[in-house]
Design a protein around this ligand. Structure first.
Ligand SMILES: NC(=O)C1=CN([C@@H]2O[C@H](COP(=O)(O)OP(=O)(O)OC[C@H]3O[C@@H](n4cnc5c(N)ncnc54)[C@H](OP(=O)(O)O)[C@@H]3O)[C@@H](O)[C@H]2O)C=CC1
Ligand SMILES: O=C(CO)COP(=O)(O)O
Length: 430
């Protein structure tokens, strides 16, 4: 016969064994994540460093104290391209803003304002404007691209004949339609030899124009390029942090737009702070889960380009994605909301891309799927939200405790307590 003490001991040692096994499993999983993140395509090596890489590497200290040596082009005269070009011009860099519309260029040069996208904000008088793409990008050190994701490939193809060693930095927070390509993928495809980076962070353009302290992240394999971008844009109002996780940084910027739409919609239903916190944190869980599948380091999502941008965009009506969600929550159709906004809201396309990709790859993205169902399958928002709330038992942070462990432990616990209850009842019956 087994004494109660013996049975406890057995339970404890069985539990210890399970804990040990589970902790080994977790360590294995984490090691796998880091290995995958490090070994992913991010380690791509360039055959030849571009001129900016070698020039900046030679005299990094000089560039830091004197960014005026840098010659920069910004492509895209929307709110973000203009705000970033303005920062660089204010730092004394030789800066040209390329805008596709000739009349807009003339008006901007004359008024030193961007009347359509940043009305009322005076731009630095050293900023140059151009409608000539070739002249804008030739002989530059770095070309920053700030056109919407849907126009990124076309823009790269248009500048390709004039690339002879310039570095490229994407400021775009989108995904290409139907190909699932991120901007760094498109750069690698169209200009395989170019030295490049991506910049992303909580950077609402209007706040930057108002000199409200902000920060961002430049991600690149090239240290000299990271330093050059930091030198070009850094100021007392704008701090540029560095990363080498290109995939993680650009995915943070693209994915958070989905959840800004969700949050804008939730705000239309006047949800409480607990609900907002739940959406924000579960959004972060989805983002990092998707990121890991795509070769990103999950820890990157804890940085400015992840949780930082998620917070800013999910809490501000300055965010166009948030505003789209809010209009949807108030009963407008997606087409009407996009038309009313009249500016770029990358999340509208990103929801479709991520929904499709996650469905195909079997990645658990409940908020994204729910939003897709509401926006594109005309499902009732409240019913979808209720369904989300009722969905199974999950682990909080899956990189700490995996979902399958959570579910298995819970099922085992329920079975045990079920059989205990039963035997108690049968004793009582006797
Ligand atoms: N605004 C912000 O706060 C931030 C935006 N971003 C990202 O920057 C990118 C650009 O956004 P943002 O500046 O806000 O967008 P806007 O909607 O403010 O402006 C878009 C700009 O791109 C131009 N454009 C559109 N299509 C093309 C094309 N085919 N070729 C060339 N130019 C084109 C538009 O020109 P036209 O006026 O002639 O149509 C306009 O100048 C987005 O990916 C966004 O997510 C990133 C951080 C912050
Ligand atoms: O990316 C942004 C802030 O970091 C801007 O967000 P929206 O594109 O939603 O306006």
């Amino acid at each position: 016969m087994t004494s109660p003490n013996n049975s406890n001991k057995n339970n404890i040692s069985a539990n210890n064994k399970t804990d040990k096994e589970s902790s080994e499993k977790q360590n294995g999983m984490l090691a796998g994540i880091f290995e995958r993140a490090t070994k992913s395509g991010l380690g791509r090596k360039k055959s030849n460093p571009s001129p900016v890489e070698s020039a900046v590497a030679k005299d990094m200290a000089d560039i830091h104290s004197n960014p005026t040596k840098l010659r920069l082009a910004f492509l895209g005269g929307g709110s973000f391209g203009t705000a970033m070009a303005n920062l660089a011009a204010r730092n004394g860099c030789d800066t040209t803003l390329w805008v596709r519309n000739k009349r807009t260029v003339k008006a901007m040069a004359k008024t030193q304002t961007n009347k359509k996208y940043l009305p009322g904000y005076k731009l630095d008088d050293r900023l140059k404007y151009s409608h000539d793409l070739a002249a804008s990008v030739k002989d530059k050190d770095i070309i920053f691209i700030a056109v919407p994701g849907l126009a990124f490939r076309e823009t790269l193809k248009n500048i390709a004949p004039f690339i002879s060693g310039q570095s490229i930095v994407s400021l775009t927070k989108g995904m290409e339609k139907d190909t699932f390509a991120m901007m760094s993928d498109i750069i690698k495809e169209v200009l395989p030899e170019v030295n490049f980076g991506v910049m992303s962070g909580p950077n609402l353009a209007i706040e930057i124009m108002k000199n409200m302290p902000s920060a961002t992240v430049i991600a690149s394999e090239s240290e000299p390029l990271r330093h050059a971008v930091q030198a070009a844009l850094h100021s007392a109002f704008f701090r540029v942090f560095a990363s080498d996780d290109i995939r993680g940084v650009e995915l943070g910027g693209a994915l958070k737009n989905i959840y800004a739409i969700a949050m804008g919609m939730a705000a239309a239903y006047e949800v409480g702070e607990n609900t907002k916190a739940m959406i924000l944190t579960r959004a972060l869980a989805e983002m990092s889960r998707f990121g890991v599948e795509e070769g990103a380091n999950p820890l990157t999502f804890l940085g400015l380009s992840g949780v930082g941008d998620l917070y800013a965009t999910c809490s501000s009506e300055l965010s166009r994605n948030y505003r789209i969600g809010n209009m949807l929550g108030r009963g407008m159709s997606i087409d009407a909301a996009v038309k009313k906004l009249g500016q770029t809201a990358e999340g509208v396309n990103t929801i479709q891309q991520v929904h499709e990709k996650a469905t195909k790859a079997g990645i658990y993205m409940p908020i994204t799927h729910a939003l897709y169902a509401v926006i594109y399958e005309d499902k009732a928002a409240l019913g979808v939200a209720l369904h989300l709330m009722e969905a199974g038992f999950r682990s909080d942070v899956e990189f700490v405790m995996a979902h399958d462990h959570s579910n298995a432990a819970l099922t085992a616990h329920m079975k045990t307590s079920g059989s205990n209850t039963k035997s108690k009842d049968s004793d009582a019956d006797k």
